[in-house]
Ligand binder design. Structure first.
Ligand code: ATP
Ligand code: MG
Length: 320
């Protein structure tokens, strides 16, 4: 086992050991420490090649499952306060190559969340109505309300990904030709940074996840999708075609992460070859982000408490 992977397994071991008896404070501290290693923050020298795609720990499957369950429960408890407080909102953005596990991560990490407080939106190729507007328009319509967690399964980041890899898409976007200059990607990074800062200043915390799957693992999952009849529906020949542009996509990801990861709206680059591990890392990052917000249940005034007690007394005094 390499020095790097030993370090990682130590980290997960410390995240999972004695979790059952952890105080809330300890759990929050562990989530912070554990997720920090995957946070890009405002690192302007970010490169993708330094980031792991896999995790070689020696924990049992049940220990990993238990750690995720604890994370899911902690998330659910924090979301309850977010919803009750009704001030902040959270936008979680998931981007990845096909078969990296976006859908499964969303399903498992958010499994304990009250559905009323959570909205998932998936973004595919834009419709003709959407192409009649600026590219943020369709995403803005799905931003989370206060108190809610919004999840974008793909997002406006496709505008600096698939659109950058296949420049003919850009040409079909009905943008005035003179606005398509060599600075277009830099301009889009700037607009996205500003947009996220604007959201932040209005109480929406934005956290972005890149599920970093290796090319080998993607191949394995594609083959499984063909071999397993229950997974056939998940696979399309287009997915295999996009795989042919792997290096272009990695370049586009590296550029966008370097240019749009900030302290307040950071990217997390999550090793995604092991699905369960990736989900724990994602849950830890969300728990940490919620912990940074001043979440508390709304305080009820003395007068209101007196009123509630009067109603309670009236109920107790009711004659059946
Ligand atoms: P899954 O394959 O797991 O069901 P998915 O997110 O890959 O989920 P698909 O329907 O396979 O969903 O793919 C959506 C496609 O839409 C992706 O190839 C993505 O690059 C493309 N897409 C998203 N936004 C845009 C955009 N703005 N312009 C062009 N293509 C886009
Ligand atoms: Mg797909």
């Amino acid at each position: 086992m390499s020095k790097k992977s030993k370090l990682k397994s130590k980290n997960l071991n410390s995240a999972s050991s004695n979790l059952k008896v952890l105080s809330k404070k300890e759990l929050l501290h562990k989530a912070k420490k554990f997720s920090e290693q995957y946070c890009v923050g405002d690192d302007k020298n970010f490169t993708l090649k330094d980031r792991p795609t896999s995790y070689f720990g020696n924990e049992s499957k049940s220990a990993i499952k238990e750690t995720l369950q604890i994370g899911v429960r902690a998330l659910a408890a924090m979301q309850d306060i977010l919803y009750a407080q009704d001030k902040w909102s959270v936008l979680l953005i998931f981007q990845a190559m096909d078969a990296a596990g976006k859908d499964g991560a969303i399903k498992h990490v958010m499994s304990g969340i009250n559905p009323q407080g959570c909205q998932v939106s998936s973004f595919k190729g834009p419709s003709s109505e959407e192409l009649d507007h600026d590219y943020l328009w369709r995403c803005q319509k799905h931003l989370p309300e206060r108190g809610r967690i919004g999840i974008f399964n793909r997002s406006y980041y496709e505008e600096v990904l698939v659109v950058r890899v296949h420049e003919q898409i850009l040409k079909s976007q009905k943008i005035p030709e003179k606005l398509i200059t060599e600075n277009i990607w830099e301009n889009r990074f700037e607009d996205i940074r500003n947009f996220e800062r604007y959201l932040n200043r209005n109480g929406t915390v934005v956290i972005k996840f890149f599920l970093n799957v290796s090319k080998e693992e993607q191949k394995r999952r594609f083959i499984e999708r063909v071999d397993n009849p229950d997974k056939n529906w998940k696979f399309s020949p287009t997915d295999a075609k996009e795989r042919g542009y792997w290096n272009d996509y990695m370049h586009a990801y590296e550029e966008l992460i370097k240019n749009t990861s900030t302290k307040k709206s950071p990217w997390y680059v999550i090793p995604a070859d092991n699905k369960s591990y990736a989900r724990i890392a994602i849950a830890s990052a969300i728990i940490h982000a919620l912990d940074e917000m001043d979440l508390e249940y709304p305080k009820v005034s003395e007068a209101k408490i007196a009123e509630l007690n009067a109603v309670k007394q009236a109920l107790l005094d009711e004659e059946d």
